[in-house]
Design a protein around this ligand. Structure first.
Ligand SMILES: Cc1cc2nc3c(=O)[nH]c(=O)nc-3n(C[C@H](O)[C@H](O)[C@H](O)COP(=O)(O)OP(=O)(O)OC[C@H]3O[C@@H](n4cnc5c(N)ncnc54)[C@H](O)[C@@H]3O)c2cc1C
Length: 427
C-alpha cells in the first residue's frame, strides 16, 4: 500500500456519476481540492438502468454547473408532460401572460454521464481518477479520514478531510462505514425500451396513472423515445412468461397509446423487478452521502437524477468552507443533513406509501381530479411533480380549498372508478 505525495486532497469522492461529478465541480469552484474516484475505467461509462427524466428541480443546479448550453447542444429535450388519470388528462400550461412553466431536460444517460464527468475532469481543482475502486476506509479515533483504493497498478490510500459517498444505492462507502439504510418495499416492477420514430401527442412526455399501474413515454435526445411500463408486482409472473409480448401489449392498450408498432425499437427491453426505496442518514463522522447513496426514491417518479444534483449542491454549499480549513466541519455536515432532510424526506415518505401499488388515496384523488379539470391546479401539480414544492406546500389549505371548489363545480359529473387493469387479454 502506498500513500502518494500528491494525495493532498480536501475531499475524496467515491463515484463519478451524476452526484459525484456535480459535487466535484461545485466544491472545486469554491476552492476545494477534490479527488474524484470512479471504479469504471471508461470515461464514457453510463448508468443503463434509468429513464433519463431530469425533473425541473435539477435546472438551477445544471445552470450553476454551466451545463445548460452543452445539454441543449447535445439535443436534450426540455421536459413538458401530460398525465392521464381516470378524470382525464392533466395538461399543465403556462398561465396566459404568465411565466413559462419550469422545465429541465430529458437526455439519455449515455449522453449525460460522459458530459458531466468530462466537465468535472476539466474543472481546475478536480483530479478525476478512473479505474479507482474504493475498497475500504481509513479510520482514526472513530472518524473516517480517507479511503483505500484498488487500481490496476495496485492499492493506494487517499486521505482527505471529508469522504463523500456518491457511489449509488449500493454505496461501498456506506457499507464500509456500517451506515445502514432504511428500506421501503416497492410493489411495482418496471421495464423500458428505446424507440425511434415514435410520435407523441404534442411531442411531449406522456404519463399514464392507471391505479395502480403506471406507464411513461418520454422523448429524448437524438430522436429517441423511452417507453416505460411500471405495473403492480402481482402481474409479474404473467408478464414474464412473454416479456416482449406483455410489454408491447401493455403499451398498445394505453389510452391514446403511442404507435409503437410503426416505430423502430432500438434497445432490448430492460428493467428491474425488485427496487426498494431506501434512505440513510446523509452524514457520519468524516463522511457525507449524496445522490442515491443517501436516498434512492421510486424510479416511478423520475426524481433520482434531480436529487443527485440537488444533494451535491446542498453539500457543496454547506461544507466547502469547512473542508478548506475555514470552519467547523461537524456543524457544516449537520447543516447539510438538515437541508437534505427538509428537501427530500416528505417526498420520500409519500413515495414509499405510493410504492405499495395502491390506488390513489383521498388526497391524491382530490388533487389529481382537480388538476385534470382546472388549469391553475394543473400548474400547481406541475410544481409538485417537478419537486419544486414539497408535500406541505402541495397540500396547503388554499390548494385543498381550491381543489374542493373545482370538484364541487363538477358535482354533476359521475366519479369514475379506477381504470380496469390492462392485460394481454384486454387488448
Ligand atoms: C429503472 C430506473 C429508472 C430510473 N429513471 C429515472 C428517471 O427517469 N429520472 C431520474 O431522475 N432518475 C431515474 N432513476 C434514478 C437514477 O438513475 C438515480 O437516482 C441516479 O443515477 C443516481 O445518481 P448517483 O450519481 O447518485 O448514482 P449512480 O448513477 O448510481 O452512480 C454511482 C457511481 O459510483 C460508482 N461506484 C460504485 N461503487 C464504487 C466504488 N467502490 N468506487 C468507486 N466508484 C464506485 C459507479 O460506477 C457509478 O459511476 C431511475 C432508476 C431506475 C432503477
Amino acid at each position: 500500500m502506498t500513500t502518494h505525495e500528491n494525495d493532498a486532497y480536501d475531499v475524496v469522492i467515491s463515484g463519478a456519476s451524476i452526484a459525484g461529478s456535480a459535487a466535484a465541480v461545485l466544491l472545486a469552484r469554491r476552492g476545494v481540492r477534490v479527488a474524484l474516484l470512479e471504479r469504471r475505467s471508461d470515461p464514457a461509462a453510463y448508468k443503463v438502468l434509468c429513464t433519463h427524466y431530469l425533473q425541473p428541480c435539477a435546472y438551477p443546479v445544471l445552470d450553476e454547473l454551466g451545463l445548460v448550453p452543452a445539454l441543449e447542444k447535445a439535443g436534450a429535450v426540455r421536459n413538458e408532460a401530460r398525465w392521464y388519470t381516470r378524470w382525464g388528462w392533466i395538461e399543465p400550461k403556462a398561465a396566459p401572460g404568465g411565466p413559462e412553466l419550469p422545465y429541465a431536460y430529458n437526455i439519455r444517460r449515455s449522453t449525460l454521464d460522459p458530459l458531466i464527468r468530462s466537465h468535472a475532469a476539466r474543472t481546475p481543482g478536480v483530479d478525476l481518477l478512473l479505474g479507482h475502486t474504493v475498497s475500504g476506509l481509513i479510520q482514526e479515533a472513530g472518524r473516517t479520514v480517507g479511503v483505500r483504493v484498488s487500481t490496476a497498478e495496485g492499492e493506494r490510500e487517499i486521505r482527505a478531510r471529508l469522504v463523500i459517498g456518491a457511489d449509488g444505492k449500493d454505496s461501498a462507502v456506506a457499507r464500509f462505514a456500517g451506515a445502514p439504510a432504511r428500506l421501503h418495499r416497492n410493489q411495482r416492477f418496471s421495464y423500458f425500451a428505446h424507440f425511434r420514430d415514435l410520435p407523441l401527442r404534442d411531442g411531449i412526455t406522456q404519463s399514464w396513472f392507471l391505479e395502480p399501474d403506471v406507464a411513461y413515454a418520454m422523448p429524448n435526445d437524438d430522436g429517441v423515445t423511452v417507453v416505460a411500463v411500471i405495473p403492480d408486482k402481482k402481474r409479474l409472473p404473467d408478464f414474464r412468461r412473454d416479456l416482449e409480448g406483455s410489454f408491447l401489449d401493455f403499451v398498445r392498450a394505453l389510452p391514446e397509446a403511442p404507435p409503437i408498432d410503426s416505430a423502430e425499437r432500438v434497445t432490448k427491453i430492460t428493467g428491474t423487478v425488485n427496487y426498494p426505496l431506501h434512505s440513510r442518514k446523509p452524514t457520519a463522522p468524516g463522511i457525507a452521502f449524496i445522490g442515491d447513496a443517501a436516498l434512492a426514491g421510486d424510479p416511478l417518479w423520475g426524481v433520482g437524477c434531480g436529487w443527485a444534483l440537488q444533494s451535491a449542491q446542498w453539500l457543496a454549499e454547506a461544507v466547502s468552507a469547512a473542508v478548506s480549513g475555514r470552519g467547523d466541519l461537524e456543524q457544516a455536515l449537520a447543516a447539510y443533513a438538515r437541508r437534505h432532510r427538509r428537501g427530500l424526506h416528505g417526498h420520500q415518505h409519500l413515495a414509499a406509501d405510493y410504492a405499495k401499488a395502491r390506488p390513489f388515496n383521498p388526497f391524491e384523488r382530490l388533487m389529481f381530479s382537480a388538476a385534470a379539470r382546472d388549469e391553475a391546479m394543473a400548474r400547481h401539480m406541475h410544481l409538485f411533480a417537478s419537486r419544486l414544492i414539497g408535500p406541505l406546500r402541495f397540500l396547503n389549505p388554499v390548494a385543498l380549498a381550491r381543489a374542493s371548489a373545482v370538484n364541487l363545480r363538477h358535482r354533476g359529473t359521475a366519479v369514475p372508478a379506477p381504470p380496469v387493469p390492462l392485460s394481454r387479454t384486454d387488448s
